[in-house]
Write a protein that binds this ligand. Structure first.
Ligand code: HT7
Ligand code: ZN
Length: 875
């Protein structure tokens, strides 16, 4: 596949102003008639080249006249016509085979042939699987869509836009028409047709528009959509209040499907969701899943402005809509729940998914410079790091100017396909701050390392903080520039009190917190008037997506862990202590100073009855194995798994069995299925405590887990108990798994968790279990959720199980990848990213992984998606 480069961007040679689509829908074979009003680009003599993949061309006409065979070419997934004129109407009729479409891109079938429904997925380049079109986001057109189908088989017909008529046809068929008044790119096209039920709610926008909200799902799950509706209404209000954005059509449809490659899709007026992010009920959904539903519903809704009304000029600008929209959904969830916990979770996700992506061969900038397959760039870097860049910009200009800047951005770019420069430029203009240095963050891959060294001079009460930055080379970028890094900081004294800040060259009292901006490779900041050596609390709230290297002593971090009022940095101090202990353990050195400082502070915090249970749960959780592995080369995942256990053991031992048990029992006695925030946080703490108890004394924990499983009022409790039974190797795990399966056999999302909880069980025995599960009749490579629950969890979240010394984990996944690739290339490519870190494995595993990758790369039939990932990983 050719390399597509940002530097080669050209406006379209031919675009389309109006699209009229007519669908005759059926499961096995559907037909699409498209009438496109052509718009000439800069050179009206240029040939027209429209995309089209897997289309059976039945008819082609220009201005109503059939085109003779010699006037057009249909080859290499392109339709080429010479000599077309501005304003002419190109009409094509094509046939599609939705039931045979296992790639879940374009028009496809969700569920079984007899009962399932038809739907589309067009982002990024799925529209070309539906009709011939300049399938690129800078071609924006007005859409009229007419759907025709058998009424009995497809009673519900939906497309994006406002309804514009419906009626009956001969032979039991019916039709429905939709018109979208807003010009939009083809990737936002969607239709849905089939037997679906709905829940509905009326909504009046702040600017007075009455909107009918409908959530659609198959009959057996429609009673699990209420929480999504609640989240949708809250998202709509929030966007009005926080960003001044109102919804802009008369209807808003949301549809749930069990067959979806990603989380959800923001099609204009017709959002389509992976059921995993829409359905929720207390019996079968965990608290975490409720939070995901809230966040994803908000995310897709927010796209209506950040993505749909203002879209991207080209796919290199993907983070323009995704990074900004993730920032918006993170802010929404922070407002709905505990803001500091949300920040802790978001940074944990960033470190686990993005920092590790950035540390391997798949590293790329937030705005990539090149790609072969755009579907491979829906990454943690584009989404999560992109959100961090927006957060930095928002922090730099302040809340008022940020709102003025986003207003300006939306106003100026409404109906346009914009670039990251348009976004940063609008924020800069509104704030009067030159933000152009921040653009370098978008083009430079890799995680900067921020080194902080402090020096206190008691003779004059001065504290010099030296900050320096460096970024290791990444593929394609051997030399890195200095980036602007905002460092939010406070200085604490030994009693844990924040000191007033004054910089040496200024008289200004900065209060107890300020933001330093590191703009060069290295800079000194001098604070005056400090009567004691200060303990710096750096990067508060994680003010920049960097790795901090500060020369703390363990007891300094313990002071921050005990006293820092910034919830994020308090947690971060604990994480740093854990990492300090881990580094020593890894090197076989004495870790007792760090371990003692960390666990003593945690034990004291544990004893404080009023500490937020959610924060306590996070404080009691050491960094993930992925984060720990980031610190090493020659990784032995089993060893890292073992060391993380030692960290948990140290916490458990320091707090001690009686207090852990007492707290667990108090929480267990008060268990309910209530979904309010405080019940959720108590459940989270209970789950962490049960895990710690299981480390301390399995004989005590197993009966507790067994009882918790049997009496669990909520799925979070049930799954946590099952995890402990499985991870301790308890005999009781078998009956619990069987019980779970009986109970949830008909609930696909609950069964995904049944697969996932087993796929997560660490250690050498994992592979045999995974092989057996892959052969289970309930497993299917055709369903992305099932694939990611079993193979995705195994390869991406169970390092000690997957990275076996004998390489058998790789051989197994390689085989699955090949079968999967023939069915669904997007999902196969995502699964293959699990091997991103192969070069940093110890030599035996490295060799085995390398051999597997080479063998895979040599396969002749690989999809463009999988081939790109495997080759980049190998480079
Ligand atoms: N904008 C959506 C992206 C998406 C997608 C991309 C590639 C293949 C399938 C897909 N389904 C949805 C999701 C979002 O960020 O909102
Ligand atoms: Zn998105």
């Amino acid at each position: 596949a050719p390399l597509i480069r940002l530097a080669d961007y050209q406006p379209p040679a031919w675009s389309v102003s109006d699209v009229d689509l007519e669908f005759d829908l059926a499961i096995e074979r559907s037909e699409v008639r498209a009438r496109l009003v052509l718009q000439a680009g800069p050179d009206p003599q240029a040939p027209l080249r429209f995309n089209g993949e897997g289309l059976e061309l039945l008819e082609i006409l220009l201005d109503g006249e059939p085109l003779p065979a010699g006037r057009y070419r249909h080859e290499h997934e392109l339709l080429t016509i010479e000599g077309v004129r501005h304003g002419q109407v190109l009409e094509t009729r094509v046939a599609l085979a939705p039931a045979a479409n296992t790639a879940l891109e374009g028009l496809y079938l969700s569920g079984r042939r007899e009962t399932g429904f038809l739907l589309t997925q067009c982002e990024a380049e799925g529209f070309r699987h539906i009709t011939f079109f300049p399938d690129r986001p800078d071609v924006q057109a007005r859409y009229t869509v007419t759907l025709r189908a058998d009424r009995e088989r497809f009673p519900v017909l939906l497309a994006g836009g406002n309804p514009a008529g419906h009626g009956e046809l001969e032979n039991g068929r019916h039709w429905a028409r939709f018109v979208d008044p807003y010009p939009r790119p083809s990737y936002l096209f969607a239709l849905v047709a089939g037997r679906l039920e709905r829940i509905s709610q009326d909504y009046r926008t702040a600017d007075g528009r009455d909107v009918a909200l409908h959530i659609w799902a198959e009959a057996d799950v429609i009673d699990r959509c209420d929480y999504a509706m609640d989240a949708l209404v809250r998202s709509m209000r929030w966007d009005e209040q926080v960003y001044g954005r109102n919804y802009d059509l008369d209807v808003f449809h949301v549809v749930a499907t069990h067959d979806f490659n990603m989380g959800a899709m923001e099609n204009k007026g017709l959002n389509i969701f992976n059921a995993k992010y829409l359905l929720a009920d207390p019996d079968s959904s965990t608290d975490e899943e409720y939070l995901h539903v809230e966040a994803v519903v908000a995310h897709e809704y927010f796209h209506n402005w950040s993505g749909n009304r203002v879209t991207c000029r080209d796919w290199f600008q993907l983070s323009l809509k995704e990074g900004f929209t993730v920032f918006r959904d993170q802010s929404f969830s922070a407002d709905m729940n505990s803001a500091s916990l949300k920040r802790i979770q978001d940074v944990s996700t960033l470190r686990r998914a993005q920092f590790s992506e950035d540390a391997g061969p798949l590293s790329h900038p937030v705005r990539p410079a090149q790609y072969r397959e755009i579907n491979n760039f829906y990454t943690a870097t584009v989404y999560e790091k992109g959100a961090e860049l927006v957060r930095m910009l928002a922090g730099r200009v302040g809340p008022q100017a940020f709102r003025q800047g986003t207003d300006l951005y939306f106003e100026r770019n409404d109906g346009r396909a914009a670039t990251i420069e348009d976004f940063v430029g609008a924020l800069g203009e509104a704030s009067g701050i030159d933000l152009s240095p921040y653009l370098a963050w978008y083009g430079q891959a890799g995680t900067p390392r921020l080194q902080a060294r402090g020096n206190y001079d008691p003779a004059n009460g001065r504290y010099v903080l030296e900050l320096a930055q460096s970024t290791a080379p990444t593929p394609d970028q051997p030399h890195k520039k200095a980036l602007p890094i905002p460092v939010r900081l406070s200085l604490f004294n030994a009693d844990g009190q924040a000191q007033r800040l004054r910089l040496a060259d200024s008289e200004q009292d900065l209060g107890t917190e300020t933001v330093l901006e590191l703009t060069d490779q290295r800079q000194r900041f001098e604070f005056t008037g400090l009567s004691q050596p200060p303990i710096p609390s750096l990067l508060r709230g994680f003010s920049a997506p960097v790795v901090l290297d500060a020369d703390y002593a363990p007891d300094q971090l313990a002071i921050l862990l005990r006293h820092d009022p910034d919830g994020f940095n308090r947690w971060e101090a604990g994480q740093q202590l854990a990492l300090m202990a881990y580094d020593r353990l890894y090197r076989g050195e004495d870790a007792s100073a760090a371990l003692q400082a960390w666990t003593e502070a945690l034990a004291d915090l544990f004893a404080q009855p009023d500490l937020d249970p959610g924060l306590l749960a996070e404080l009691l959780s050491p960094p993930s194995e992925t984060e720990l592995a980031e610190r090493q080369v020659d990784i032995d995942p089993e060893h890292i798994h073992h060391l993380r256990h030692q960290l948990n053991d140290a916490i458990a031992a320091r707090i001690g069995l009686p207090p852990l048990l007492a707290r667990y029992q108090a929480l267990a006695a008060a268990s309910t299925s209530a979904l309010d925030a405080s019940s959720q946080l108590r459940r989270r703490l209970k789950q962490v405590l049960l895990g710690l108890l299981s480390r301390l004394d399995a004989k005590v924990a197993i009966p507790l887990a067994q009882a918790q499983y049997a009496t669990a009022p909520a799925m979070t409790d049930r799954l946590a108990a099952l995890t402990v039974l499985l991870n301790t190797g308890a005999a009781e795990a078998g009956p619990a798994l069987a019980d779970y399966r009986r109970r949830y056999a008909d609930n696909a999302l609950a069964m995904d968790k049944w697969f996932a909880v087993q796929a997560r069980v660490p250690g050498a025995a994992a592979l045999a279990r995974i092989e057996a599960l892959a052969a289970d009749p309930a497993f299917s490579l055709k369903n992305p959720n099932r694939v990611m629950s079993l193979l995705g969890i195994f390869a991406r979240a169970n390092a000690s199980g997957f990275h076996r010394a004998d390489g058998k984990g790789y051989a197994f996944v390689s085989h699955q990848l090949q079968v999967l690739d023939a069915l669904n290339p997007q999902v196969a490519a995502r699964l293959a990213t699990a091997l991103n870190g192969w070069r940093r494995l110890e030599s035996g595993r490295r060799e085995a992984a390398h051999a597997m990758l080479r063998e895979l790369a040599a396969r002749p039939q690989l999809s463009r998606n999988l081939a790109e990932i495997v080759n980049r990983i190998l480079e």
